[in-house]
Design a protein around this ligand. Structure first.
Ligand SMILES: Nc1ncnc2c1ncn2[C@@H]1O[C@H](COP(=O)(O)OP(=O)(O)OP(=O)(O)O)[C@@H](O)[C@H]1O
Ligand SMILES: [Mg+2]
Ligand SMILES: [Zn+2]
Length: 510
């Protein structure tokens, strides 16, 4: 006999409906999963077998074929269990259901038949909302709050396979998922404040510019100057996330399986600080079952790479494409998937192995050592760091002073104002920030007067700048003008933006 149930698959951060067709024939006992079912999914066989038996049903000792359609998309994850188990029960006539047409099931089965939390429920609910059908979505009870974020999809929560069966057969009801309001999720995390950082005014200013336009920053300097301290304070000057940003970021965490059952919302700007020894898959994304990496988990927030030069060379090079495209494409056999990756990269490093090159203390490194050390940041990667800032050692008097240094609240005020300006400027565009402008947008929104044009041309020729660096300088200049509430990019705005590129010469091209 043949039976069909519905579920969805995850591709990148999108979900697509999938039909689970189960056919049971007489023949040698066999359980086959077809339709580009990946190895990990094949573990479903064992879970479904045990769950059926432990829920008081029979696992048919016949020839079972489970086909997942459409066949051309890879199926991965454990949430197919529930739809497969129900298909087997229907096809073997062990249960009767009047109606299964618009019912979508997602859930991983434990061996005892209870349902476990699964990744991807938010994108699945959003996809069902878009189908226009009168769909109902049956999710594990542990995913209930996440499903509740999408009010338009009618969802029901179940604790076990048996509860779902009782509901299908009409003998019991399932708990309807109640609507969750984004506003009701509060977060009490308080980011550390810039007021605690003494001196380092120019580094603070650069981080303010970066926060305003979501640009990338490279902090370079001797040990103990406060680079790590500064970077960790970046989120404190960024605006609160908009509703749209919250959902966009939460979707990524959902797919990554990183949402908390009780608090399934990323409402605070991400600040991700992976360790320098982290693998390429964990930073860029991918893996056997593809997962978003740190660059995607930092969506709409900050990716902090401390001790930048000590990251794996392959990881550093793999950053180049996402830094340019604001998304990452992961190629795999027979398929690719794409994750968003729009973040501000804050990187920090020492200028040499001993740490003191270019400072007031003596550097004990040889020129080849220094070259090798800084050379780990390749030219094209350095090009993508919009603002290069020196963080010198703080002098004793600065540390001892009681005079207060600028607080996060004060730095943030201007950031908010400049975001307003950007929102208005790009109101009719898909993107919202200066760093996201494409070359044509740069031409249109970053016009220079004659004197500025001449200044930039001169630097371009003299420093043998790349076209990319040229565009990036203009975008930063645009942000600096916005922070100054100026409609035009004036020469002082451009000069400041260019000055953030001057460290190339001191450390790299000497
Ligand atoms: N500008 C500063 N104002 C106040 N305290 C500072 C400052 N710079 C450094 N410190 C103190 O020194 C500690 C070390 O600073 P931090 O770790 O940020 O330095 P770093 O530049 O990252 O050094 P490294 O190159 O060794 O990683 C801080 O925790 C803080 O206590
Ligand atoms: Mg540090
Ligand atoms: Zn040195």
């Amino acid at each position: 006999m043949l039976a069909t149930t519905n579920t969805l698959l995850i591709n990148g951060i999108e979900a697509v409906p999938v039909k689970v067709e189960v056919d049971i024939q007489n023949g040698l006992p066999n359980f086959e999963l077809i339709g580009l079912a990946q190895a990990a999914l094949k573990e479903a066989r064992e879970r479904v077998k045990a769950a059926l038996k432990n829920s008081g049903y029979e696992f048919p000792n016949r020839k079972i074929i489970v086909n997942l359609a459409p066949a051309d998309l890879k199926k991965e994850g454990s949430h197919f269990d529930l739809a497969i188990a129900l298909g087997i029960l229907l096809a073997s006539g062990q249960i009767n259901a009047v109606y299964t047409e618009n019912l979508f099931f997602a859930g991983e089965l434990s061996l005892d038949g209870s349902l476990r939390q699964v990744p991807g429920i938010l994108p699945m609910s959003l996809a069902l909302m878009g189908t226009g059908k009168d769909a109902r979505f049956i999710v594990p009870a542990a995913n209930c709050r996440e499903a509740g974020l999408v009010h338009e999809t009618r969802s029901l929560a179940a604790g076990s396979l048996q509860e779902v069966i009782a509901w299908l057969e009409g003998s019991e009801l399932l708990e309807p998922v109640s609507d969750e309001r984004i506003e009701d999720f509060t977060d009490s995390d308080v980011a550390p404040d810039f007021a605690e950082v003494k001196g380092q005014e120019s580094a603070k200013r650069a981080l303010q510019v970066a926060a305003a336009g979501l640009h990338n920053v490279l902090l370079i300097g001797p040990p103990g100057g406060g680079k790590t301290m500064l970077a960790r304070r970046m989120p404190s000057i960024m605006p609160d996330m908009t509703r749209e940003e919250i959902l966009e970021t939460t979707r990524i965490y959902s797919v990554a399986g990183l949402l908390n059952a009780e608090h399934p919302l990323i409402s605070v700007r991400p600040f991700r600080a992976p360790h320098k020894n982290a693998s390429s898959a964990s930073i860029i994304g991918g893996g056997r079952i593809p997962r978003p990496g740190e660059i995607s988990l930092a969506q709409n927030g900050v990716l902090f790479l401390d001790e930048f030069t000590e990251f794996n060379r392959d990881v550093l090079e793999a950053l180049r494409q996402p830094l340019e495209d604001k998304l990452v494409t992961i190629a795999r056999s027979q398929a690719t998937c794409t994750y968003p990756a729009n973040f501000s990269l804050v990187a920090s490093c020492n200028p040499c192995p001993c740490g003191f090159y270019g400072s007031d203390l003596e550097c004990t490194c040889t020129p080849p050592q220094i070259q090798k050390y800084l050379g780990r940041i390749s030219g094209p990667l350095l090009d993508r760091m919009d603002l290069h800032v020196e963080v010198p050692r703080v002098i004793f008097e600065q540390l001892r002073t009681n005079s207060s240094s600028e607080s996060s609240a004060s730095l943030r005020e201007k950031v908010l104002q400049s975001r307003e300006i950007q929102l208005n400027r790009f109101a009719r565009h898909k993107f919202k920030l200066n760093s996201q402008m494409r070359p044509a947008d740069v031409k249109r929104f970053c016009r220079l007067d004659e004197a500025s044009e001449a200044l930039l041309k001169n630097a371009f020729d003299r420093l043998k700048m790349s076209a990319r660096a040229y565009d990036r300088i203009l975008k930063v200049a645009r942000t600096i003008a916005d922070l100054d509430n100026s409609l035009d990019i004036k020469i002082q705005h451009l000069a400041e933006a260019m000055q953030y590129r001057s460290l190339d010469r001191k450390y790299w091209h000497n």
